[in-house]
Design a protein around this ligand. Structure first.
Ligand code: SAH
Length: 213
């Protein structure tokens, strides 16, 4: 696997496209400009890796569209050294972006083959700070809680209470909620039993499913 000049050029082009679509956060754009997305795709799709599209990654799952990754990453407002929990590792691409934003990333996936593959790729890229778990994300990661930031990358029918409880006070959860289409919600924990919800528009994700596969 190599990161050629051609890939780097395509990546700059992708950043330009995301900028045109309204992504303005320079740190997020820089992170996307640095992660070799083609490493996270099957060979057959590598030539299209820098199009702003989702692609199949096996186990009937998809790597999110770069615009969605950029949008969620922007909403998440990751600060350096923040403890960040991601539910839905998938390919590991979003986890890599979060790590480059300075987060200490914990990521959970319910499909073992995807979990193993993502873990290997993140290690290969030298992102050793990312810790991967094969678990049911509905329950979060209680032994490592609380988290400053939690991001869910699958469409959830409802907001799991466990995730809200695993936020720090002032912490944020970014989660697409809904059955067929989802609304992108940002939930900010304001107190021990107080959460504030913002709605950031329509998206469509693969479903958030209970249990491990
Ligand atoms: N962040 C990923 C996107 C993957 S798609 C990327 O950058 O590639 C969403 C992923 O969420 C899928 O891999 C799916 O298997 C996983 N998922 C769905 N429900 C889950 C659950 N309850 N716990 C953990 N992972 C889950």
């Amino acid at each position: 696997m190599q990161d050629s000049y051609q890939h780097q050029g395509q990546r700059r082009q992708l950043v330009k496209v995301l900028r045109e679509k309204g992504i303005r956060n320079e740190r997020v754009l820089e992170a996307i400009g640095r992660v070799p997305r083609h490493f996270f795709l099957e060979k057959a799709f590598a030539d299209w890796a820098y199009q702003d599209k989702p692609f199949p990654i096996g186990c009937e799952q998809t790597i999110s569209q770069p615009y969605t990754v950029a949008f969620q990453s922007t909403l998440l407002e990751v600060n350096k050294r923040d403890k960040v929990l991601e539910i839905g590792t998938g390919s590991g691409y979003q986890a890599a972006v979060l790590a480059l934003l300075g987060g200490r990333v914990f990521t959970i996936e319910r499909h073992r083959p995807l979990h193993l593959k993502a873990k290997k790729m993140l290690q290969l890229l030298g992102l050793k700070g990312v810790r991967c778990y094969h678990r049911d994300g509905y329950k979060g990661l209680p032994e490592m809680a609380p988290f400053h930031r939690i991001i869910v990358t699958a469409g959830a029918p409802e907001v799991p209470q466990a995730l809200k409880e695993q936020l720090t006070i002032g912490g944020m959860l970014v989660i697409p909620v809904g059955d067929k289409d989802q609304r992108m919600l940002r939930i900010i924990r304001r107190g021990k039993t107080e959460w504030e919800t913002e709605d950031h528009g329509d998206f469509r994700f693969v479903p958030f499913l209970p249990g491990t596969a």
